[in-house]
Design a protein around this ligand. Structure first.
Ligand code: ZN
Length: 201
């Protein structure tokens, strides 16, 4: 079966190689190992080839033919050799395919963010669930929040959308403001009642 669908063309072949593929009723498990020999320190940006060890990363990717896609990646840890850097060891990232601590691939996160901006965070989670992409509404908004904080502050148009969310499950609620024209977040506010929005012009 595996010969019919060449899964390796869907992954960055210079960084990762597939070692096995297992099927379950509603999920596909793809085991892969890192092929890297160097990585850039996330703190100082210096390249290092000093290998420290391996660890197993479990991340979700876009569903494959309606099945949840789980990647089990044997990834590398490296040592930062920059003496003025606070990092001693760090986990590699995979150059736009997977970030350092992401629990899903970047293309999976891109899709979820786009869907959330076009619908709502809860609507996005329901559509994802129907596609066997496992994410909760609160996790959608945390993903948006993390990405928003990495973006430069943007101008806001005349129409906005407002949605509330929990920073942590059932605790500490916040409000996200989205520019309806660009579908980009323009503000994250603490609290979720009417006062929160009226007190944060
Ligand atoms: Zn460093």
């Amino acid at each position: 079966m595996n010969d019919l669908l060449k899964l390796d063309i869907f992954f960055p072949g210079e960084l990762l190689s597939i070692t096995s593929v297992d099927h379950e009723d509603s999920s596909i498990h793809i085991k892969m190992r890192s092929k890297t020999h160097s990585s850039k320190c996330p703190e100082c940006g210096q390249e290092t080839e000093t290998y420290h060890g391996t660890y197993l990363r479990k991340v979700q990717d876009l569903p494959i033919l309606g099945k949840t896609a789980r990647l089990h990646i044997t990834a590398h840890e490296y040592v930062c050799n920059n003496e003025s850097c606070s990092k001693v060891t760090f986990a590699e990232d995979f150059d736009g395919f997977l970030s350092y601590y992401g629990r899903m691939t970047e293309r999976c996160a891109d899709f979820i963010c786009m869907l959330a901006m076009e619908t709502s965070c809860e609507g996005c989670a329901r559509i994802c669930h129907a596609m066997n992409l496992q994410i909760s509404g609160d996790s959608v908004i945390r993903l948006l929040t993390r990405r928003y904080r990495l973006q430069p502050v943007s101008e806001c148009g005349s129409a906005i959308g407002v949605d509330d969310f929990a920073f942590k499950k059932r605790h500490t609620y916040g409000t996200i403001i989205v520019d309806q024209a660009t579908h980009r977040p323009v503000a994250i506010l603490d609290g979720r009642d009417g006062m929160t929005v009226s007190c944060n012009p």
